[in-house]
Every structure is written in C-alpha cells, then in structure tokens.
Design a binder for this molecule. Structure first.
Ligand SMILES: [Zn+2]
Length: 141
C-alpha cells in the first residue's frame, strides 16, 4: 500500500500538466515498512527525463540523479519509496518499458495526462514471481 497526501498528488499533477506533452518523472521520498509492505510518501522530488528523443512516451532517470535523491533522503532519515512518471495521452497503466526497468519494493505512480489536463493515476508494484506489475492500494491522506 502507498500512503500519500492530496497535496503531493496535486504537485505531481501540476508537474505533469506543465511538462505535457512530454513525460515527467521523479521520486517519492518517505518511509518504508517492509513488514506491512507499506510505503509512505512524504515528499516528491522531480528529476529530468533523460530520454530526449522519445520524451513523449519514455522516461529515463540519470543514475546521478538517483544517487543525489538517495543522499538527500538519507540526510533526512528517509528513503526512496517510489518513482512517479506521467503518460501523456495514454492510460495510467505500465508499459513494457516500465516493466523492463522496474525494481522491487517501490511504488510506481503512473499518471495519465490527456490534452494537457490531469485524468487519473494508479500506483503499481512489481510482482517478482510473475514478473509483472500489480496495482496497489493508495491511501490518500
Ligand atoms: Zn510509463
């Protein structure tokens, strides 16, 4: 389960609408409880989409940005609990590429932006046994 505030969802919406028609991406920083498989997002941290050629339907995160956000979280006693990105004019379901680069134990928020406006979002987690994404419950606080 992912716990996130409406305020953070609104921030991702804003980033997604401003970044349209390109995919925007970033990290969810917060707290992870492995025992209950619960991730609580406390901050969002947008990073640059490194895929310039196909930014309308691909996103790529620079490993340097990954490290930067990891250190940032570390200094606050937090950790990376998820990754978010948008799907401009596409549904909020993971693509084959999303699956290829997915890591376990993280929440993947995918937000659909249609014609520059927020449409919907879902959160997904990688199911390692079946090697596919499963939708997870989102608790908005
Ligand atoms: Zn995607």
């Amino acid at each position: 389960m992912l716990i996130i505030s409406q305020k953070l969802i609104d921030e991702i919406k804003k980033q997604g609408e401003e970044g349209y028609p390109y995919e925007i991406c970033g990290f969810l920083v917060g707290k992870m409880d492995y025992k209950t498989d619960t991730r609580e997002a406390l901050e969002v941290y947008q990073v640059e989409n490194q895929n310039k050629e196909r930014a309308n339907d691909r996103f790529e995160i620079d490993p340097k940005d990954y490290l930067k956000v990891e250190n940032y979280a570390d200094n606050k006693g937090l950790q990376i609990v998820g990754i978010y990105h948008t799907h401009p004019d596409h549904p909020d379901r993971p693509s084959q590429t999303d699956l290829m680069f997915a890591q376990p134990d993280l929440s993947y928020i995918i937000m659909s932006i249609e014609n520059g406006k927020y449409k919907s979002f879902k959160s997904w987690v990688l199911d390692l046994d079946e090697n596919k994404f499963k939708e997870e419950k989102v608790k908005i606080i």
